[in-house]
Design a protein around this ligand. Structure first.
Ligand code: IMP
Length: 224
């Protein structure tokens, strides 16, 4: 029998900045998209994708980690499911523990030409912001892996902050220029499990010297 008594609990993570607020819900300044609104929109996107990809045996590629919740809901909503549809993941990161992209996108993947060549790839993203991430992933798939086509389904499009021109083929919601969390999206790895998308209270990150994003957009040339 395994004794659980021997397992040492690690010290509780310091959450001084949010003291007095006991749950993630308490840290929300406002909810932008409720669970039911998200689910309804994901169903619509799934039906549209199912129609568009019939006969194309698509490779649906989740961009981790932020898309994990959207990905799992979306792939179940792709009904009727096209024959030959397969799933995979790629890991991309450009954020440290702040609310601004570092500008350098790192990819981690075991995807190679033999898995991707000639396939119609649909990237699933949580949010397209500056578009550096999605552009880097798309180029990798087209140029290094020989994908037949690459399209993107993003839950959120924060197009005000574009640094590269990019228009996703499928968008859940056009998002205001606020740092959002929940439904897979994190701040410093927290808040991903919330079933809705909300805006954090500034006091949850101001102790890190991070300022709220400018409401009028700090990115260059938007694509819309
Ligand atoms: P981009 O490369 O600037 O388009 O950013 C894409 C990635 O940045 C997303 O996949 C997210 O992981 C992250 N990101 C951008 N905006 C937000 C936000 O408001 N909240 C949480 N993560 C974000």
């Amino acid at each position: 029998m395994v004794s659980v008594a021997t397992v040492q609990a690690s010290p509780a993570k310091e959450v001084a900045s949010c003291s007095g607020r006991r749950t993630y819900h308490d840290d929300m300044a406002k909810v932008l998209y409720t669970e039911s609104v998200i689910q309804a929109r994901v169903s619509e996107l799934g039906r549209q994708i199912a129609q568009d990809y019939q006969g194309k045996a698509p490779l649906i590629l989740g961009v981790l980690k932020g898309s994990f919740m959207f990905f799992s809901d979306l792939v179940r909503a792709i009904e009727p499911c096209p024959r030959g549809l397969t799933l995979d993941f790629i890991r991309a990161s450009s954020y440290g523990s702040g609310t601004e992209s570092t500008g350098e996108v790192k990819l981690k993947t075991d995807l190679r030409r033999e898995k991707v060549e000639g396939r119609h790839v649909l990237l699933v993203e949580d949010i397209v912001d500056t578009a550096l991430t999605i552009t880097t992933v798309s180029r990798f798939l087209l140029e290094e892996c020989g994908a037949a086509s690459v399209a993107t389904a993003t839950l959120l499009d924060k197009h005000e902050r574009r640094k590269l021109s990019y228009r996703p083929e499928y968008t859940g919601f056009v998002c205001p220029n606020e740092f959002v969390v929940g439904y897979g999206l994190d701040f410093d790895e927290e808040y991903r499990t919330l079933p809705y998308i909300g805006v954090l209270k500034p006091e949850c990150y101001s102790h890190l010297g991070i300022e709220a994003p400018e409401p009028d957009g700090s990115g260059e040339s938007g694509d819309e």
